[in-house]
Design a protein around this ligand. Sequence first.
Ligand code: NAD
Ligand code: ZN
Length: 375
Amino acid sequence: MTETENILHVDLGERSYDIPVGAGLLEKAGPYFKPLLKNNQVVIVTDENVGPIYLDRLTRVLEGEGIICKSVTLPAGEATKSISNFEILVEKILSFGIERGTTLVALGGGVIGDLTGFAAASLLRGIDFIQVPTTLLSQVDSSVGGKTGINAKAGKNLIGAFHQPRLVLIDTESLNTLPKRELLAGYAEVVKYGLIGDVAFFNWLEEKGEDLINGDQALRAEAILKSCAAKADVVAQDEKEGGVRALLNLGHTFGHALEKECGYDGDLLHGEAVSIGMVMAYEFCAQQGLCSQEDSLRVKRYLQRLDMPVDLSGLPCQDWTADLLMKHMMKDKKVKDGKVTFVLVRAIGDAYLDRNVEDGDLKRYLDDLLTRSKA
Ligand SMILES: NC(=O)c1ccc[n+]([C@@H]2O[C@H](COP(=O)([O-])OP(=O)(O)OC[C@H]3O[C@@H](n4cnc5c(N)ncnc54)[C@H](O)[C@@H]3O)[C@@H](O)[C@H]2O)c1
Ligand SMILES: [Zn+2]
């Protein structure tokens, strides 16, 4: 087994934690877990796709260290992040007779991470939890930053809490079993970090992206560490989200509007919407003369080369209008006093926030895009 191992330390005072990243780390989970556990008891939460592949392995490794493991396996998919599954989960965990010192372990993608983190934030008024993210999206995004939560009828992620994990253990080999489409969706968030503030990282991704996607473990570890560091850096400046953290939403305001129209049942994955949304952000800025046409095209061509979606083709957009998409954008979480905070770009690696985007400019861009897409 190849072993490359690196650790990122996230500095949040007494809530600081480590993110070790490497190939084969699942097999070495014991020594990472052991010093953090308050009472030698963990409850592993996973889903029906991840459990059959990784649950026995993780349980065996932890039990080998004398850690007592219980587990709960929930259905896979976004629908699991619901109030009813939250109830099932916490009741099940309580039925194990847990104590304040028990640690929850989220073994799975962002769905399991968000739900388990929220259970940890609420059970007995807050217990510890450890993330073992198994999708690229959860490794580079959802398991860093401390946001946990579930969905409400009124919208996604509306019920939740900030609760930092004690450890995020990332085994790059877990991506070997992830469907390619999910891998690419997560990769959109990796590219995002380069586009927001690190042109050198984007250049590196341009060079290494294909190999990384095709399974090079060392490149994966490097990109994941870099992404986690970028997110942790922004979060450290703005833990509870008021200012710079909004930069992480590059491509998301446009993307959310597309997700809203397509539904959240897998027709358009979040990362796919972000991929298209980032292209839209660059195209819009190029049209406004805020960034160069060249940078805008470079972003689009790169994502396209890696088989990521970059436009509305394939989406059911025949009846969409600029007004419809703008209505969804206005309902974005980031709206304050009726104004949307847009993440705009001056160049690759240079994003900034703007709360004064003119409706007319936006409408003109969206009209153009929709006309092109329906042609
Ligand atoms: N908390 C945050 O800051 C934050 C940030 C971004 C996204 N999120 C949330 O993350 C969720 C999306 O996460 P996701 O994209 O990881 O989705 P997911 O958890 O649904 O995982 C995607 C699919 O891959 C399967 N899977 C996971 N790991 C696998 C593996 N190693 N091998 C084979 N199959 C595997 C899952 O069972 C699922 O079917 C959303 O609910 C979103 O709201 C949260
Ligand atoms: Zn995202």
